[in-house]
Design a protein around this ligand. Structure first.
Ligand code: FPP
Length: 261
């Protein structure tokens, strides 16, 4: 797909997506909520397929939060069934497309077949280099931060080492752009550390209606943003000053001498 995007560092973008609106999409069609989640999986497939050509290296999507356990049991079971189905039946397609799939979040409350499917999918796709697809399942950013903060220390704790404890590092660093669909405008405990300098993009489009074209539109909006990371425009290098987002120096270092005045 031709996107004609003018985005900075086209090979390193990390996009986070809060895939919201499945229930409303289904209700507006007289369908049950699971049908909405099912349609949401199709959107995820289209977006993940389109992402590498748009310069997206990492796509982190919120599939199930720790708070989603509060939903009725049949809906939870339906989402878990879809997740399992996705991990098993999408695997070959993901591997063929060079997608590396990993899962963030707790695993101890997931059914054994889902845990096994995650481990298998992660192993099979480990060599994928076209896209890193991160599914957040039973995920809470606050819980992730809390457990990183309370884990036994194995050396100096810096922003970088802390970020690694959160399961980020390598190509899964700061989120550049966080997209939330369905008109809601909140973070809902998703990637709070990683979104410290994320650009936020909210759209009324319900997740099952969100297409590759909508992703391209979000990226066009992102490309127009002036990312200064707290500095002056001439100092904006694409680094947030914490995790190295585009390969720049890590820590509180300023980009160059002129910007230190
Ligand atoms: C939010 O919509 C969506 C979820 C809580 C689940 C997201 C799940 C999927 C897209 C399907 C499963 C994912 C994979 C990777 C197989 P909502 O139900 O809160 O919608 P509403 O706000 O309209 O009620």
């Amino acid at each position: 797909m031709q996107t004609n995007l003018q985005v900075k560092d086209k090979t390193r973008l990390h996009i986070g997506i809060i895939m919201d609106g499945n229930g409303r999409w289904a209700a507006s069609r007289g369908l049950n909520r699971i049908a909405g989640h099912h349609a949401g999986v199709s959107s995820l497939r289209s977006v993940a397929e389109a992402a590498p050509a748009m310069g997206i290296a990492t796509l982190s999507v919120y599939a199930f939060s720790v708070d989603n356990w509060r939903r009725p049991a049949d809906e939870v079971a339906g989402i878990m069934g879809l997740l399992h189905h996705y991990l098993v039946f999408e695997l070959e397609r993901l591997a063929r497309a060079g997608v590396r799939l990993t899962v963030i979040g707790r695993r101890d409350r997931l059914a054994p077949d889902v845990v096994a499917a995650i481990a298998h999918a992660e192993a099979v796709t480990a060599g994928g280099t076209n896209l890193h697809l991160r599914l957040a399942i039973d995920y809470s950013a606050r819980d992730a931060i809390l457990s990183a903060a309370t884990a036994p220390s194995d050396g100096a704790l810096t922003r970088e080492t802390f970020a690694r404890r959160l399961g980020v590092g390598g190509d899964a660093v700061d989120v550049d752009l966080l997209i939330r669909t369905s008109g809601e405008q909140r973070l809902s405990d998703f990637l709070l550390w990683e979104c410290a300098y994320a650009e936020l993009y909210f759209t009324q489009t319900l997740w099952p209606d969100f297409s590759a074209d909508d992703l391209a539109e979000a990226l066009r909006a992102y490309a127009k943003r002036d990312r200064r990371f707290g500095g002056r425009p001439e100092c904006a290098t694409g680094s947030s000053g914490n995790m190295s987002n585009h390969g720049e120096a890590f820590g509180a270092e300023l980009p160059d001498a002129a910007c230190q005045r």
